[in-house]
Design a protein around this ligand. Structure first.
Ligand SMILES: [Cu+2]
Ligand SMILES: [Zn+2]
Length: 181
């Protein structure tokens, strides 16, 4: 084997290594899809309920999917927020207020000022079931940044949010809660 052949061989090995590294980094980017979930449980025995929420971040965009099932609230509209502490103790009160890392006023999602936790209202059907989907670049998932939804609580209220009353939207008692993990 002469010197030229050796050089070509090492060049080929180099190219193969670079290609492998490229393919690996693309695969790991794909694998870095960030996800979080919460299981919603009723906080009051008199108002049984359940639900789930999931957050999936792809690139800068977070997709949220929420499902609720509160039979005793059939046909009514309930408010859903993200609250600042991931603690559902004391009938949801340990979750404290609306998650508001941007120090905005309470309001309606996507209009003027609103808390990052102001998801909005969900109208439940005749069986008490409802769902909501949201896509946003305002949140992140598992990044540790100030807009990270992980470690917060999802809260369901007995009434609709009026999007006006500060700082709660006058949505009434906390009937469902789950920690976003
Ligand atoms: Cu709330
Ligand atoms: Zn709010």
């Amino acid at each position: 084997m002469n010197l030229k052949a050796l050089n070509i061989r090492s060049l080929l090995v180099m190219v193969a290594l670079v290609l492998t590294a490229l393919i690996y980094s693309c695969t790991s980017l794909k694998g870095s899809k960030r996800e979080a979930k919460a299981v919603v449980s009723g906080t009051k025995p008199a108002i049984p309920g359940s639900g789930s929420i999931s957050f999936v971040q792809t690139g800068n965009e977070v997709e949220m999917e929420l499902e609720l099932n509160f039979p005793s609230k059939a046909g009514q509209t309930v408010a859903v927020h993200i609250h600042e502490h991931g603690d559902c103790g004391n009938e949801g009160n340990d979750a404290h207020g609306h998650w508001n890392p941007t120090k905005a006023n309470h309001g309606k999602w996507g209009q003027g000022q609103f808390h990052l936790g102001d998801i909005g209202n969900v109208t439940l059907d005749a069986n008490g079931k409802g769902s909501l989907e949201l896509e946003t670049t305002l949140w992140s998932v598992g990044t540790g940044a100030t807009n990270d939804v992980k470690g917060k609580a999802i809260m369901v209220h007995e009434k609709a949010d009026d999007f006006t009353t500060q700082p709660t939207g006058n949505a009434g008692a906390r009937i469902g809660c789950g920690v976003i993990m």
